[in-house]
Design a protein around this ligand. Structure first.
Ligand code: BGC
Length: 345
């Protein structure tokens, strides 16, 4: 029986007048995670540093209005299809789909009414926060009604696990992720340059100028994308200059099953985050487009303030048959888990 506690309080209401609740998951190791049912969004993660001082290590806003206008997708659940679909087009079972172009010229993160904009039904079972969404046939021009359940659970060893399950009544692409941005230095830390990162990936997916993969699974050897041994981001970000400097790339993860795929360490605070997933890919995004976004308690998030590690199927997989399959069919169960585990070095 877990000793992790979950409490619930009001967080405000949406512009449409729907009430939003905030759930706080707290363990005995000093970690607490706040999640709202709007977008299934993680709004804070407090974790202790090496001296036992607790601080918030993620970016976000103070209120619902912030999350209703959230271009960086801070903290949110992302679906029906995370990442980009080339020009918003795909064909499945002979039917052509044209999706919203919300990241010109492509479709991004499920479109303007993606899962980050939906009010999820929430319930608590012991130490689990269970969120449910019915994503109807036709919303954002996707086919099929998808029933999605996302279960958040915090453990006493400070692992926040996100378990995604879904079923559909018609074949559909599906790629779910969470879009939390981390800065392990805490609230006052202005950027991620002093973060040491490693990702267990021998290959990555190079992309064109619109961020769509070229289709190649390129070896990381002798490129800035070789993160197999830890690198300081301040030494690597300036080497990745296809767009604004920094990473916004999908890494093809080594191995299969739930395994540790990335580690981030901030030496000054001693905070460490390990990422485990059973997914084939992860998007490392170093906040390249953050440009003074106003956030929590008057924060102003500048470029490279925080980083996201978005576990996923590779971008544009629905149009790239050589990539891992992203189609969910009737009768199948989509089932995937990602864990963010916090500790100190
Ligand atoms: C994308 C970025 C985008 C960011 C916020 C990331 O997942 O890869 O290109 O700017 O989300 O929308």
């Amino acid at each position: 029986m877990s000793t992790v506690k979950i409490t619930k309080e009001a967080f405000g209401s949406t512009s449409a007048g729907d009430e939003v609740d905030k759930y706080t998951l707290t363990n005995n190791a000093g970690v607490s995670v706040e999640i709202i049912n709007f977008g299934g969004t993680i709004v804070s993660i407090h974790a202790p540093d090496k001296n036992g001082v607790t601080d918030d290590v993620i970016s976000g806003y103070d209120n619902v209005a912030g999350y209703e206008n959230n271009p960086p997708y801070f903290g949110a659940l992302i679906g029906r299809v995370a990442n980009r679909i080339c020009r918003g087009k795909f064909t499945l079972n002979g039917k052509e789909h044209q999706l919203a172009i919300n990241n010109s010229p492509n479709h991004l993160h499920g479109g303007p009414q993606g899962y980050n904009m939906q009010l999820w039904n929430a319930s608590v079972e012991g130490s689990k926060l269970i969120l449910h969404l019915t994503d109807p046939d036709g919303r954002e021009n996707y086919t099929g009604t998808v029933q999605v359940t996302v279960t958040y659970e915090l453990t006493e060893d400070s692992a926040l696990s996100i378990h995604y399950q879904a079923k559909t009544d018609q074949a559909t692409p599906l790629n779910l992720t969470n879009h939390t941005y981390f800065n392990l230095g805490g609230k006052a830390s202005p950027n991620i340059y002093d973060h040491l990162i490693s990702i267990a990936a021998d290959r990555y997916t190079p992309k064109d100028e619109t961020c769509i993969p070229t289709g190649e699974l390129a070896p990381v050897d002798n490129t800035p994308f070789d993160l197999r041994t830890p690198v300081l981001l301040k030494n690597r970000i300036p080497l990745v200059t296809e767009g604004p400097p920094g990473f916004d790339h999908n890494f093809c993860l080594n191995g299969e099953g739930l395994r540790c795929i990335a580690r981030v360490e901030h030496a000054a605070s001693g905070r460490v985050m390990e990422v485990l997933t059973d997914q084939p890919g992860v998007q490392l995004y170093t906040g390249n487009f953050l440009d003074g976004v106003r956030g929590k308690s008057g924060a102003c998030y500048q470029q490279h303030h925080s980083l996201a590690l978005e576990t996923q199927v590779y971008p544009d997989a629905i149009n790239q048959p050589q990539f891992p399959d992203c189609v969910l069919k009737p009768g199948e169960v989509y089932d995937t888990t990602t864990v963010y585990k916090f500790s100190c070095s």
